[in-house]
Design a protein around this ligand. Structure first.
Ligand SMILES: Cc1cc2nc3c(=O)[nH]c(=O)nc-3n(C[C@H](O)[C@H](O)[C@H](O)COP(=O)(O)OP(=O)(O)OC[C@H]3O[C@@H](n4cnc5c(N)ncnc54)[C@H](O)[C@@H]3O)c2cc1C
Length: 458
């Protein structure tokens, strides 16, 4: 027997952290139909760690995922000041810790695969995940449903298309191509060019070498190594390393970055992700302190990632199509906030779509509210993350840290610490509640102004 007709049919393209979180958040609204379309044949996350700050963690709590996720993490959420990372100056023979980053609330560190499997387990059966469905493009009209066209030739319809399809988003490509073409018909050549320039991601100038080190291996090679228990960042000129335990210390998440800031926003020559040559990789950090050498010694076959970003978009919304997560604002990983921002997008989008006043007819209003709240916020995180990358690799106001020693060096490092904390503290000093309240207030306000949804008592 068929149930009552659905208020909205939402198609989510991409079942990464953003898409799955959105599906789960939307599943709280029984009158919304949810279909997920994922390009991969099966849902498997790449083995790596992910850090989650208090803002997105609040959403994880609201979605009821906290207990399941905490079973997989050695870190427990605490209120108030919590040490998050030790920061060391490491590009020399004898490194030293110059500060400990203290956050307000815990930075929870997780294994991505654990995160994804918890999200998947919680999805209700009504929420269908269709694998091997790679979106090619879509067509939308001002009124009526949007048609999705997949690479296998199949087609389907929805009321709202959510592009959660990551860095190389096909949704973003179709969305921006359509807008650029429209600008051309209006002879607005420069705007058409600007929009088209956001279709393809740009290289950030940074390469990341990622690996998971078995905790046992590090324990055997370097008993009592600090990262077995303490998240640590090793900083130096033109690069840095981050390492922290995940999955109850069974693994150490390891990422080493090399930065060429002068090459930011250029085209990367070569494959974006691939294997790296272990000895070439080790050579990049050969002059760094022994703690770093011990870690590098334990790294096998690091994966090399050329870190790409998406240039700031003028809107995350076009008609009945909306972008979230990396599809909308892929950023550098230097604030550990890309996934957190995808989670925030997902929750705010679910809030506006799920609201009692949102219907097929007034969808553009709900999507505009999403864009007004999330785009400025995400855009400022993109920039803050970019700045963190500069600070971590000692690219600060032309200061050459190698020229200083003793108290002068210490003073420069404390100034760097101050700049980093100021740039990053939004993640633990602000709350996501404000954004949720803003969304609800804007939705309610528009009901009053338009005189709509009268008599509704939900
Ligand atoms: C080295 C590194 C470290 C990081 N560390 C952190 C961290 O500590 N904390 C943090 O918050 N963030 C971190 N990030 C960022 C984070 O990984 C991303 O921001 C996040 O995964 C984005 O989620 P998403 O769902 O938007 O995209 P994705 O996770 O990329 O998911 C996109 C999904 O869409 C699918 N897809 C792609 N194309 C199509 C198509 N045409 N049709 C259908 N499906 C499609 C893909 O298969 C995939 O499943 C890091 C990133 C890197 C590179």
């Amino acid at each position: 027997m068929q149930g009552p007709p659905k208020r909205l049919r939402v198609a989510i393209c991409g079942a990464g952290i953003g898409g799955l979180t959105l599906a789960l958040a939307l599943s709280q609204y029984p009158d919304i139909e949810i279909e997920l379309y994922e390009a991969a044949a099966t849902l498997t996350e790449v083995g790596a760690g992910v850090g989650v700050f208090p803002r997105p963690w609040k959403i994880i709590q609201m979605l009821g995922l906290e207990q399941d996720l905490l079973k997989t993490s050695e870190r427990k959420p605490k209120q108030g000041p919590v040490p998050a990372f030790n920061w060391r100056k490491s590009d020399q023979q004898v490194g030293f810790t110059f500060t400990t980053l203290v956050t307000n609330g815990t930075l929870i560190t997780l294994h991505r695969a654990d995160f994804q499997s918890v999200l998947l387990r919680r999805l209700p059966p009504s929420c269908r995940v269709n694998c091997s469905k790679r979106l090619r493009t879509y067509t939308q009209r001002q009124f009526g449903p949007t048609e999705l066209i997949f690479e296998d030739g199949s087609r389907t319809f929805c009321d709202v298309l959510v592009g959660a399809d990551g860095l190389k988003s096909a949704t973003r490509r179709a969305f921006l191509s359509e807008r650029a073409q429209w600008m051309q018909t209006q002879r607005r050549w420069q705007e058409a060019e600007d929009i088209a320039s956001c279709i393809d991601p740009v290289w950030s100038g940074t390469i990341a070498y990622r690996a998971l080190i078995p905790g046992e291996r590090l324990r055997a090679a370097a008993p009592g190594h600090p990262v077995l228990t303490t998240p640590t960042q090793y900083l130096g000129k033109n690069g840095y390393i981050i390492a922290y335990p995940i999955s109850h210390g069974k693994m150490i998440n390891f990422v080493a970055f090399t930065c060429r800031h002068d090459l930011e926003n250029t085209k990367f020559d070569g494959p974006w992700v691939g294997p790296s040559d272990a000895s070439q990789f080790a050579g990049l950090f050969a002059h760094w302190e022994p703690e770093v050498q011990a870690l590098i010694h334990c790294v096998e076959n690091p994966l090399r990632w050329a870190i790409h970003t998406v240039k700031p978009l003028r809107s995350f919304v076009s008609g009945h199509t909306v972008l979230i997560g990396d599809a909308a604002h892929a950023m550098t990983p230097h604030q550990g906030s890309g996934a957190g921002q995808a989670i925030e997008d997902a929750y705010i989008l679910a809030t506006v779509l799920g609201h009692r006043s949102t219907t097929r007819e007034n969808l553009p209003r709900a999507l505009r509210i999403f864009d007004e709240i999330r785009r400025p916020a995400a855009t400022s995180v993109v920039e803050a993350s970019r700045m963190n990358g500069r600070y971590f690799s000692f690219e600060v106001d032309g200061v050459d840290f190698d020229r200083y020693t003793g108290p002068q060096l210490w003073d420069k490092l404390q100034k760097l610490n101050g700049a980093l904390v100021k740039n990053w503290e939004w993640t633990w000093t602000t709350s996501v509640d404000g954004s949720i309240q803003d969304a609800l207030r804007m939705l309610e306000m528009e009901i009053i102004v338009s005189g709509g949804a009268k008599g509704s008592n939900t």
